[in-house]
Design a protein around this ligand. Structure first.
Ligand SMILES: NC(=O)c1ccc[n+]([C@@H]2O[C@H](COP(=O)([O-])OP(=O)(O)OC[C@H]3O[C@@H](n4cnc5c(N)ncnc54)[C@H](O)[C@@H]3O)[C@@H](O)[C@H]2O)c1
Length: 250
């Protein structure tokens, strides 16, 4: 494991109670950062807090990233407690159900867009002003290979993740003169609880598309994110980092 120095940095990890978010939070704590885990699942947050075994550098916020007021309150609580936010990793997300586009229920479509795309916007909108004030920030938004390629029966998810890529590029340009780096990653399938939300057929489809012939490991995600949120990442911004095991062609 590369030693990445994040001492004296405070990070917010949304969706931090499990899956990719928890793996990323674990790596950030190991690198010296203090971390606020933001998640809507209070029980999972409690478990994650215990699992990380780092109470002195860890806090939790029960927050729904799709709700502006909830995000604002969590931001205020985090700033009050730590005085600053240097790093944001926006990992909260859902898969939504699998339907062909013409059968896709409107409520499910709206929920997927509200959480996966609007949620990223709301967290960045709340936290970036604090980064601008200190002329420093590192943001990683978790998109997906689905946002580049468009997965069948996952049109809402694919559209939201494509939106995260475009949003990241816009925000990265807007903050480029303020020592803020905004990037996103596009992972292929990694075995987490999100698999419970999709059909086995869809899981098989995602695996069949990965030239490496296996699922992505959560540690491989946190490894890439750890560098992206470090001070060493001083030039790259508004960019998309591939984690698709060879699937992406651009
Ligand atoms: N696992 C994969 O195969 C994969 C691949 C590509 C991209 N991603 C993306 O990575 C991110 C993390 O996924 P994961 O695999 O860790 O899933 P996960 O289900 O294990 O974790 C997602 C977390 O987000 C939280 N969450 C969901 N909606 C929320 C909301 N409205 N407000 C706050 N928290 C909320 C959940 O409670 C959960 O703890 C998601 O954005 C997902 O789309 C995952």
């Amino acid at each position: 494991m590369n030693q990445i120095d994040l001492s004296h940095r405070h990070a917010v990890v949304t969706g931090g109670a499990q899956g990719l978010g928890l793996s990323i939070a674990t790596r950030l704590v190991a690198s010296g950062a203090s971390v606020s885990l933001w998640d809507r699942d209070a029980d999972a947050l409690k478990l994650a807090f215990g699992q990380l075994q780092a109470p002195s550098v860890l806090s939790t916020e029960t927050v729904d990233v799709s709700q502006p007021d909830s995000v604002m309150t969590a931001t205020e609580n985090t700033i009050q407690r730590y005085g600053k936010i240097d790093i944001l990793v926006a990992s909260a997300g859902i898969a939504g159900p699998n339907f062909k586009s013409w059968d896709y229920p409107f409520d499910a479509w709206k929920q997927v867009i509200d959480i996966n795309l609007t949620g990223v916007f709301l967290c960045c909108r709340a936290i970036v002003p604090h980064m601008l004030r200190q002329n420093y920030g590192r943001i990683v938004n978790i998109s997906s290979i689905a946002g580049k390629e468009g997965n069948p029966t996952a049109s809402g998810y694919s559209a939201a993740k494509a939106g995260v890529i475009a949003f990241t590029k816009s925000l990265g340009k807007e903050t480029a003169l303020n020592n803020i780096a905004v990037n996103c990653i596009t992972p292929a399938a990694a075995k987490t609880r999100i698999f419970d939300q999709v059909t086995q057929e869809h899981v098989d489809f995602m695996l069949s598309k990965i030239p490496r012939g296996r699922f992505l490991k959560v540690d491989e995600v946190s490894s890439m994110v750890a560098w992206l949120v470090s001070e060493e990442n001083s030039f790259t911004t508004a960019a998309v980092f591939d984690l698709s095991g060879g699937r992406a062609t651009y």
